[in-house]
Design a protein. Structure first.
Lengths: 107, 121
């Protein structure tokens, strides 16, 4: 199975900072990569799919890039409401495994 | 509007089984796969498997093979996930989520509200 590895596992940044989260697949998955946001006590929410396509209703400060094995999620200007754990997920085939998550906090 | 409504919280003893339901509305039930994802307390998301509501075909994560069964009832647009031989480390919130299995369609765009399953003696 393809392993999904996220880094860092947690980060702390100031409001307005640019934040970047990395996801690496152990084998190429083309652009079959999605990002989810999960706020404490809430259901995960789809942010980005096809590596870089913003889901409807998601603020434009979120963006995704990458292809093959290396992907990034960028928050261009961190806001207090972005405090959450972010997960990547491959969806080229089963199993639809997730990365381990990156917890984002405000400094 | 699309909704996935799951059954309520469960408390089970080790060795027992649990069956969680996920009732879909607002879309064509047979047009989307239904996946199950779980999250243990303080842990990440873990994919368990999926069912094709149209054919009934399933794919399970290797970790759960032999213990998990996913079924559906198309007459009531409901998917089910049954996990047997429960252990304490199966304590988790279990989610259903739909997916079209198509690159250009957003995956897991709707999720159920989650069902807490607690395994305790």
């Amino acid at each position: 199975d393809i392993q999904m590895t996220q880094s860092p596992s947690s980060l702390s940044a100031s409001v307005g900072d640019r934040v970047t989260i990395t996801c690496r697949a152990s084998q190429g998955i083309s652009n079959y990569l999605a990002w989810y946001q999960q706020k404490p006590g809430k259901v995960p929410k789809l942010l980005i799919y096809a590596a870089s396509t913003l889901q409807s209703g998601v603020p434009s400060r979120f963006s995704g890039s990458g292809s093959g094995t290396d992907f990034t999620l960028t928050i261009s200007s961190l806001q207090p409401e972005d405090v959450a754990t972010y997960y990547c997920q491959k969806y080229n085939s089963a199993p639809r495994d997730f990365g381990g998550g990156t917890k984002v906090e405000i400094k | 509007q699309v909704q996935l409504v799951q059954s309520g919280a469960e408390v089970k003893k080790p060795g027992a089984s649990v069956k969680v339901s996920c009732k879909a509305s607002g879309y064509t039930f047979t047009g989307y796969y239904m996946h199950w994802v779980r999250q243990a307390p303080g842990q990440g998301l873990e994919w368990m498997g999926r069912i094709n509501p149209n054919s009934g075909g399933t794919n399970y994560a290797q970790k759960f093979q032999g213990r998990v069964t996913m079924t559906r009832d198309t007459s009531i647009s409901t998917a089910y996930m049954e996990l047997s031989r429960l252990r304490s480390d199966d304590t988790a919130v279990y989610y259903c989520a739909r997916d079209r299995d198509d690159f250009w369609s957003p995956p897991f765009d709707y999720w159920g509200q989650g069902t807490l399953v607690t395994v305790s003696s």
